[in-house]
Ligand binder design. Structure first.
Ligand code: PMP
Length: 367
């Protein structure tokens, strides 16, 4: 390699791809590459951030006020709620707390791009279970891949980047099939956008009935606080204690905690925005299907186009029209639901791209 690492890095870490963020958009482009919320922060949020604190002081290490608020909301104790700097931090903490070299962590693939790296950082082996052809979890295959080395399984509903949910009955059957001492991380980063009535709801089950399940939620997506980095987990107190033990202390800022509390105060506005994004998503998915795309059920704030080997070229066509999408080379494109003003261009470019895909391409609807 032309640029060797000057110190002895763990070889499996040196081999990891460095996390690459969705492309930044120019002033005249729409950034639909990171599943962000196109709305400004909810009312009261900016004020609440500014009210926060003397920045010469450390924040409250366990975000007690926010934990109290969420605990009351979900009918659990405050020890059954854990707050961290984004739900991705909690994923990392949970994995580190259960797995190390020689262990395995099972997750669906393709799914959230952070999973493979987070598993490798623990030293455990990755066990990737392919999605079904319609972008859903293959939960029987996931359950079947659990061995006595498996320390955790990740379930992502709705699945990023493909969109479908895991249903409640599928999830229940899956839990029945997995040993009850294996941690099941239910990643529900996009739960608020779900409109499917049969979708799993991790906060309905909670850690009480199934103590091995931890549900992860975030303020980044529906609440529009991605830049402040704040997410939470609900689960069994002792499981969350283990996660807390691996956490980098004091990473949740008082500004983020205040903003999250103010966002919870603005529930009606939140619901209205989430509703608008879900309606826009359904309109885009329907428009794409009409144009000839095969679109998996979209339940998050994004849609998936399985462009396969044509992904890079398709992403360029969107980019040339001022739409920045996330390309997963060889696999597909994820297009976030953004500003209303972006919708027409997304549909126009998509209609042209699908025409250039060969007959029989998996992204094309069978006529
Ligand atoms: N889980 C999934 C499935 C995601 O897509 C994301 C963000 N892209 C996260 C977790 C992490 O979100 P955050 O750290 O901002 O809470």
């Amino acid at each position: 390699m032309s640029d060797p690492i000057p110190v002895r890095v763990r070889p499996e870490i040196a081999a990891l791809p460095v996390y690459r963020q969705g492309r930044q958009a120019g002033a005249d482009a729409f950034k639909l590459s990171s599943n962000e919320n196109p709305f400004d922060p909810l009312p009261g949020v900016i004020d609440a951030m500014h009210q926060a604190v003397s920045v010469n002081r450390y924040p409250d290490a366990t975000a007690t006020r926010l934990r109290e608020r969420l605990a009351a909301r979900f009918g659990v104790t405050i020890d059954e709620v854990h707050i961290a700097a984004g739900s991705v931090s909690i994923l990392s903490q949970l994995m580190l707390s259960v797995a190390g070299p020689g262990d395995q962590i099972v997750y669906p693939w393709r799914s959230f791009e952070a999973y493979p790296n987070l598993v490798t950082v623990t030293g455990a082996d990755r066990v990737e279970v392919p999605l079904t052809s319609d972008g859903r979890h293959d939960l029987s295959a996931m359950a079947a891949s659990v061995t006595d080395r498996t320390q955790a399984v990740v379930v992502c509903s709705p699945n990023n980047p493909t969109g479908p949910v895991v249903t409640q009955s599928e999830f229940d059957a899956f839990l029945d099939a997995v040993p009850s001492d294996v941690l099941v991380i239910l990643d529900e980063a996009y739960a608020e956008f779900v409109t499917a009535p049969d979708a799993v709801d991790g906060l309905r089950e909670l850690g009480v009935v199934r103590p091995n399940v931890v549900a992860l939620r975030t303020f980044s997506k529906a609440y529009g606080l991605a830049g402040l980095r704040i997410g939470y987990a609900v689960g069994h107190r002792r499981v969350l204690d283990a996660a807390r033990a691996t956490a980098i202390p004091l990473s949740v800022t008082a500004q983020a905690e205040n903003a999250a509390l103010a966002s919870l105060d603005a529930e009606d506005e939140l619901r209205e925005r989430v509703r608008q994004i879900a309606v826009r998503r359904d309109r885009i998915a329907d428009g794409l299907r009409e144009a000839g795309w095969q679109v998996p059920d979209a339940q998050g704030n994004f849609v998936w186009l399985a462009t396969g080997v044509d992904s890079a070229e398709a992403a360029e066509a969107f980019e040339a029209a001022g739409i920045i999408v996330r390309a997963f080379p060889g696999d597909g494109l994820r297009v976030s639901i953004g500003e209303e003003e972006s919708v027409e261009t997304v549909l126009r470019i998509a209609a042209s791209v699908v025409q250039h895909l060969p007959e029989g391409h998996p992204a094309r609807r069978i006529a």
